[in-house]
Every structure is written in C-alpha cells, then in structure tokens.
Design a protein around this ligand. Sequence first.
Ligand code: HEC
Length: 168
Amino acid sequence: MKGDKARSAQDRLVVWIAIGLVLLSVWWALRDDLRVSSLIQSQSTNPVLTTEAISLVTGDEPLVDMFIRSGCPVCHKIPGIPGADGQVGPPLVLGTTGEQRLKDPRYRGQAKTVHEYIVESVLEPQRFVVHGYPEHTMPNWYGSRLSALALEKMASYLERQTEGSSAP
Ligand code: HEC
C-alpha cells in the first residue's frame, strides 16, 4: 500500500512536469511570435531612408553614383541606372511623363519646364503628389543632401529618359 502511494506521488510529479513543459513551450512560441509581430509593426510598409544614411552628393561624382548614393533607386525605376528598380514611386521617365504632370489640372507647383518640375519634385515632394502613389513617402530633405550641381545634373538626365529607354 505504501509503495502504491509513493508511485502515485511520482506519477503526479511526472504529470506536473509535463504540464510545466507544455506551458513553457507555449510561452516560448508566443514569445517568438510577439517578437516577430512587433518587428513587423515597427517596419512601415514603405522603405524609410534617414538623412544620416545619405552622405552629401556634391555633383562631381559619376552620374550613376549620384543616384545610387542618394538612394533614389530604392523607390524608383531609373533607365540606365543599375539596380534602380524601385516600385514605391513612379518610374523616373520624365521625358515621357514630365509634360503630363505640368498639364495635370491638379498640378499646383511653380515649374514651367520639365527640368524645373524635376527639381521641384525633389526639393518639395509634397507640392504635387503623383496620382496613385503615396504622399509623405519621398523624403523631403534632399535639399540638404544634394548640391545644386548634383540636382542639376540629375534633373538633366531624368528629363531625357523616356518609357522603354534603357540606356542614358
Ligand atoms: C522612400 C522612397 C523614395 C525615395 C528614396 C525617392 N523617391 Fe522620388 N518619389 C517617391 C514617391 C512615392 C513619389 C510619388 C509621390 C510624390 O509625387 O511625392 C516620388 C516622386 C518623384 C518624382 C516625381 C515623378 C513624376 O513622375 O512626376 C521625382 C522627379 C522624384 N521622385 C525624384 C526622385 C529622386 C531624384 C530621388 C533621389 C534623389 C528620389 N526621388 C528618391 C518616393 C521616393
């Protein structure tokens, strides 16, 4: 009889340990899950570039470097720029789209030429948000990271790009 009692106490102990292990693994799984979901929440759906990540572009660099160093390819497709296949913003084929923007009845900017429109779009992206694309996504601090010369050169390049072009 005494042996039976001891055995049932032992059985109970085994059961409690098993329950403990199950609870522990549930907690562990949830803990991982919570960590992952908080990570996903903390990343917005759009890529975020910070000013610190972009070093000043002087305009003396080769054109390709200017685009790559300023991070435009992350969000834009740019003909002739390797790896520039971003989908967040419109393809930068202003030779095709520039005139349409200036004629758009919703356009409220100051630009009179496509070149001016490109410069304005980079310095003040909130002035005209291309229909179908998210606002407050294109960084609004490029004025402090791109020299006037760099911006001039980039705009001159972009206004020559047309849909379907793949080289400078
Ligand atoms: C984080 C994403 C992001 C980055 C980086 C970015 N852009 Fe944009 N850009 C956008 C989005 C989104 C739009 C469309 C909404 C708007 O007009 O603001 C846009 C719009 C534009 C337009 C207007 C295009 C059109 O079809 O009318 C130009 C020009 C432009 N960007 C140039 C640049 C250049 C040059 C760079 C790099 C110096 C750059 N962008 C970097 C997201 C980005």
